[in-house]
Design a protein. Structure first.
Length: 392
């Protein structure tokens, strides 16, 4: 029976750009094709992507399933036994369609085909979605009709794939831009940049609690350990700080060699921001080991937050005297043997003025400043719980 695949492609061209993501596209497209009389059992849309945590994403529409599956494939997919020799691997490698009569399988055929056949599937057709940069996606159709797909079905699938490819490519590029921005800038800053704040000199004044941390013994570590071991320690340290900062509503803006710069913006109450920064510091410091030691400096003040740099190379960061002071306070951790030190401004917000360590001279400040310390015990597990409704 012929189906009106031109109607499907017209719909893709007119409505497709408004479909928000791969899952919505897969489900809407499969529903429309099935409603047009094509005997579909399963439809899958997949795309390769550039992302620090995954190498591909895909969505499956299944006629008989209560819910539809969304998969994110981690890196290393190509080395997995389930992928090697699979129909999807063949499509990617050959950039050509794969058609398989599922009623004529042997035990030597790939497990992906055998599992479909066990469900009663009779025909498989997969084809590449070609993108402008040659990182292709894949569209797969499966039926359980006794006669399989007709020649007209296959021609229609090829036409639908041509109209679908540009939509999937735009979605892939959207995932790429968000992944790159979030991975290198942080989620809050990424939203600002992707929202258009990319002009040099576009800066705002921001009240924030500032956390600066530095890994202890990094120079000696690099001199004594193989580079792979020292990098592994640095990554463990960054993971630890990132987990603590994000769990308490902050955002890491920058990894600076073996250091970390994070902020906890004041949205309505500086006390909340101060408690969040302190709790993040306490959470991180509790995870220290003999081989993983670091200092943390905390301060609360006004910073310049935005784009600085050259005409062609920008950095989205915070700067100003408040950031400098947090860095100077953190540098005192090694001198004093303390893990967490803070300014009077922050100590007042978190009710730790009794934890005065003493006045210290710091670079860039004309007179010695009072510095305060915090430990799990002296901070009383952050005496006033922060209002976690605040976020970056």
């Amino acid at each position: 029976m012929a189906w009106n695949h031109a109607k499907i492609t017209d719909w893709l061209l007119s409505v497709g750009p408004d479909i928000p993501d791969l899952e919505a596209l897969t489900l809407a497209l499969a529903d429309r094709i099935a409603e047009d009389g094509v005997p579909l059992l399963r439809v899958r849309l997949a795309m390769r992507t550039v992302h620090p945590l995954m190498t591909a994403v895909s969505t499956i529409w299944d006629r008989d399933a209560a819910t539809n599956d969304v998969f994110a494939s981690p890196h290393g997919l190509e080395q997995r036994s389930a992928y090697a020799g699979s129909p999807m691997a063949r499509i990617i490698q050959t950039r050509a369609p794969v058609r398989q009569d599922l009623t004529a399988l042997t035990s030597d055929d790939h497990v992906a085909f055998l599992e479909l056949r066990a469900r009663g599937a009779t025909d498989y057709f997969g084809l590449p979605l070609r993108f402008g940069d040659h990182l292709s996606g894949i569209m797969i159709f499966v039926t359980d009709a006794a006669d399989g797909f007709s020649a007209d079905h296959i021609r229609g699938f090829c036409d639908v794939a041509l109209a679908t490819a540009p939509l999937v490519e735009v979605m892939r590029l959207s995932i790429l831009s968000e992944a790159v921005a979030t991975s290198y800038l942080g989620p809050g800053t990424a939203k600002r940049v992707l929202g258009g704040e990319i002009t040099r000199g576009h800066v705002d004044h921001l009240d924030a609690a500032i956390l600066i941390s530095d890994l202890r013994g990094w120079t000696q570590m690099n001199a004594e350990l193989p580079v792979e071991e020292s990098v592994a320690i640095a990554n463990a340290y960054f993971d630890l700080l990132d987990t603590a900062v994000r769990a308490n509503g902050g955002e890491i803006l920058k990894f600076m060699g073996d250091g970390v710069l994070a902020i906890f913006p004041v949205t309505d109450n500086p006390v909340n921001a101060g408690h969040k920064a302190l709790q993040a510091a306490l959470d991180a410091s509790s995870q220290q080991t003999r081989n993983l030691r670091f200092g943390i400096g905390l301060h609360l003040g006004d910073v310049l937050y935005g784009n600085i740099g050259s005409e062609r190379r920008l950095d989205f960061t915070v700067m100003g005297q408040a950031v400098n002071l947090a860095a100077r306070i953190e540098a005192l951790c090694a001198e004093t043997g303390q893990t967490i030190l803070m300014s009077e401004d922050l100590a007042r917000r978190v009710d730790l003025l009794d934890n005065r360590l003493g006045p210290y001279a710091v670079k860039g400040v004309p007179a010695p400043i009072p510095v305060f310390f915090a430990t799990e015990k002296t901070a009383g597990k952050n005496k006033t719980p922060p209002d976690m409704s605040e976020g970056v």
